[in-house]
Design a protein around this ligand. Sequence first.
Ligand SMILES: [Zn+2]
Length: 83
Amino acid sequence: MPIFEYKCRGCAHQFELLVLRGGEAACPQCGSRDLEQMLTAFAVSSEGIRQANAKAARRAAVRSKDYIDKKVADAEYVKKHDH
Ligand SMILES: [Zn+2]
């Protein structure tokens, strides 16, 4: 979904707007349609960061599972050899 960031040339108000196909953007503050479209890099990079975080979270989950498995294995070892 394309979310664009605009700066109004009329009142300098900056805002993000979801632009529907064929829709016309207008400043929510003064209603002007004389808008300057800003770079959309923020929207792209925040999406990229979200995906990177999801990947990192999955990696951390895998790591902690391995860690728990090893702790369980250690506990089993202790149980078997502690009698
Ligand atoms: Zn405006």
